[in-house]
Design a protein. Structure first.
Length: 63
């Protein structure tokens, strides 16, 4: 799963009708790696570097 955080609706609750306690699960290594690939793709599309987005994605994995 390439997402940075996954929202857990089963653990989320409302307290005293004014506070929402939300839970999310994240993997700071895999999620971060995917965000770096996103950044490389963005920079490559803007023409600010010579990175090849498809090779960057292959280096990290396809998710």
């Amino acid at each position: 799963n390439p997402h940075s955080c996954i929202f857990d609706a089963t653990l989320t609750c409302v307290i005293d009708k004014q506070l929402v306690k939300a839970f999310g699960w994240y993997d700071n290594e895999w999620g971060y790696s995917n965000r770096v690939v996103d950044l490389i793709e963005y920079v490559a599309k803007k023409g600010l570097g010579s990175a090849n987005p498809s090779s960057a994605k292959a280096a990290v994995g396809s998710g």
